[in-house]
Design a protein around this ligand. Structure first.
Ligand code: HEM
Length: 150
């Protein structure tokens, strides 16, 4: 049963990270500004719902495993253990990712189809770069947790 939860968690991670890599690559590599605007105009909202769905699945399956493996006890009784430290960092990263995603999507939906202000542009691009980088880091911690669980 817990194997199915892990399977769904990994499936969600591939969809969530894969989506972010693709959109990031589009933003960097698609140099034609008109084409880029059109792609984002059509793909943007769909991408937003797609990513939100998988992030919710990640939280739901992640929390299920969190309680199944007794992480609340590990964090409170063995806070200096390798496992507790890795989970602590992972939770901080996922928390930051989630907040940055909310910020990014709020700006995206608010300004869909209209011009953005300079500050909205900086916040939108900054958050997507940060999400992209944090996604690369989180896999490292996920692997470490799996190793430590044995
Ligand atoms: C962006 C969000 C997340 C991503 C990309 C992510 C990614 C992953 C990946 C790829 C694995 C598999 C590692 C492996 O098999 O080597 C994993 C395992 C795990 N994740 Fe997450 N995760 C996320 C959020 C969460 C959250 C929110 C929690 C808990 C509150 C969580 C708890 C766990 C646990 C306990 C495992 C270990 C399960 C096991 O190895 O049997 N994850 N995660």
């Amino acid at each position: 049963m817990i194997k199915a939860v892990l399977y769904t968690h990994i499936l969600a991670a591939t969809a969530w990270i894969g989506g972010s890599l693709l959109l990031f690559a589009l933003g960097v590599l698609l140099r034609d500004k008109t084409a880029q605007k059109q792609v984002y105009a059509h793909l943007g909202p769909l991408y937003g719902y797609f990513e939100t769905f998988w992030l919710i699945v990640l939280w739901a399956t992640g929390l299920t495993m969190f309680f199944y493996y007794g992480f609340p006890g590990v964090l409170s009784h063995a806070p200096d253990s390798e496992l507790a430290k890795l989970m602590h960092v992972k939770l901080m990263i996922v928390g930051a990712l989630t907040l940055l995603t909310i910020l990014h999507m709020t700006i995206a939906f608010k300004t869909h189809g209209i011009e953005r202000t300079k500050i909205q542009n900086i916040l939108s691009r900054g958050s997507s770069l940060a999400i992209f980088l944090l996604n690369l880091v989180i896999i490292w911690y996920a692997i470490g947790i799996r190793d430590a669980l044995g």
